[in-house]
Ligand binder design. Structure first.
Ligand SMILES: Nc1ncnc2c1ncn2[C@@H]1O[C@H](COP(=O)(O)OP(=O)(O)O)[C@@H](O)[C@H]1O
Ligand SMILES: [Mg+2]
Length: 387
């Protein structure tokens, strides 16, 4: 500007043309351009400002910028920025503009102070871009990234627990064979009515229960020989609807929505039945005491690399089991698939249901995901790669 003052004055026609062009640029540029005097009163409010805020320049001219478009909570911080600006620095910050119709946009600003030769602030030029969508996308990406990492950690942790549990269960099973054998022999030898007969029977019963738990644990640790064959999940679900309906009783309904064109997966049918059974029983327990519907759905899913956190790109059969029960806290969610994790009262839960589900799904090369919040039901999704 100062330089312009010392150079040759422009002819009037050229001046007109230049300022006309500047006005057009200001009106059409996508960036918000806002100029304020030293006190913060609006002097320039370009087309982008009008478009974002819904105010016309003549409505806001001369008003304090913070009285027009800011949320009350942002007024003091922005005044603070303004005071620091006046001290002569360039600065950047973000704030929300509330438009005339109440819509909110997040704007990233860069401010520059224009001062007199003697250093007094003349005006402040703020240039802003609307970063609402950009920041939303960034947040979604970060959240995706976080969930992806969680899934990986979870999988690694379960892998380790599975190996450990499998080893222990194996040794334990050998000991149980001895215990059960001896208890059986005792029951056989002790005549009916013998004072120790009852104790011997209790040993046999407890041993039997322990063996059942161990079998489940071995299942989880993927030690049971499985026989993967091509399966259409719909058939597995249909086979089970009778059993499931009986499990659910009168209050709870089972709804199925099965994709007619569902592709085949390769999996062990017994394991698949266990998966469905465990998920439905858990759904029932979560809805205990209330009426409602548990839905089982199947569909084909074609996933890109990052469509679903933790699930690689590919073609899958997706099995979902959804309930409208009590849901679960983030804390519960983080332990869900661990063997022996249960929130149910003693005697009601073994904590092996979902561990078994996890084992079976991994065995079939699949992935299991859960979506749930406290009081908002739960949805378990199982992705099995199509054959
Ligand atoms: N559909 C569900 N809704 C709410 N919580 C669930 C659901 N499924 C599982 N859970 C939680 O996960 C825990 C572990 O489930 P699971 O491994 O099947 O063991 P168990 O059913 O024996 O407790 C449950 O105790 C419960 O807290
Ligand atoms: Mg269970």
């Amino acid at each position: 500007m100062r330089q312009a003052a010392t150079s040759r004055p422009l002819p009037a026609a050229e001046l007109d043309e230049r300022s006309g062009m500047l006005a057009t640029v200001l009106a059409t540029v996508d960036a918000l351009v806002l100029a304020m005097d030293a006190e913060g009163r609006i002097q320039v409010f370009n087309g982008a400002c009008e478009r974002v805020s819904g105010y016309r320049f003549d409505e806001v001219r001369g008003r304090y910028a913070w009285d027009v478009v800011l949320r009350p909570a942002d007024v003091e911080p922005v005044k603070g920025v303004f005071r620091r600006l006046s001290a002569g620095q360039r600065s950047t910050y973000e704030n929300v503009w509330v438009a005339k119709d109440g819509t909110e946009r997040l704007i990233a600003w860069s401010n520059a102070v224009q001062s007199d030769p003697d250093g007094r602030v003349r005006f402040v030029v703020a240039t802003g871009i609307d970063v609402t969508e950009l920041r939303q996308t960034e947040r979604a990406l970060a959240e995706n990234e976080r969930r992806y990492r969680d899934q990986l950690t979870q999988a690694a942790k379960l892998e380790a627990i599975g190996r450990l549990a499998g080893g222990v269960a194996h040794d334990f099973n050998n000991l149980l064979t001895v215990i059960l054998g001896c208890a059986g022999a005792l029951c056989h030898e002790l005549p009916a009515g013998h004072p120790l007969r009852e104790e011997a029977e209790e040993i046999a019963a407890a041993g039997g229960e322990a063996a059942r738990l161990t079998r489940q644990l071995l299942e989880f640790a993927r030690q049971r020989p499985v026989q993967p064959v091509p399966v259409v999940l719909n058939h597995t679900v249909e086979e089970m609807t009778g059993v499931l309906a009986r499990l659910l009783g009168d209050e709870l309904q089972l709804a199925t929505a099965l994709a007619p064109d569902l592709g085949r997966v390769v999996a062990d049918p017994t394991s698949l039945r266990q998966v469905i059974l465990n998920l439905v029983v858990n759904a029932r327990d979560a809805m205990a005491g209330g009426a409602g519907t548990i839905s089982i759905q199947t569909e084909n899913a074609e996933l890109g690399a990052r469509d679903v956190p933790g699930v690689p790109a590919g073609r899958y059969a997706l099995l979902s089991v959804r309930d409208t029960g009590c849901g679960m806290s983030a804390e519960t969610r983080s332990h869900l698939f661990e063997p022996f994790f249960t929130t149910k009262p003693e005697g009601c839960g073994t904590g092996l249901g979902l561990a078994t589900v996890f084992g079976a799904v991994k065995q079939a090369g699949g992935h299991v995901l859960v979506e749930s919040a406290e009081g908002e039901g739960a949805c378990f999704r199982i992705y099995l790669p199509l054959a």
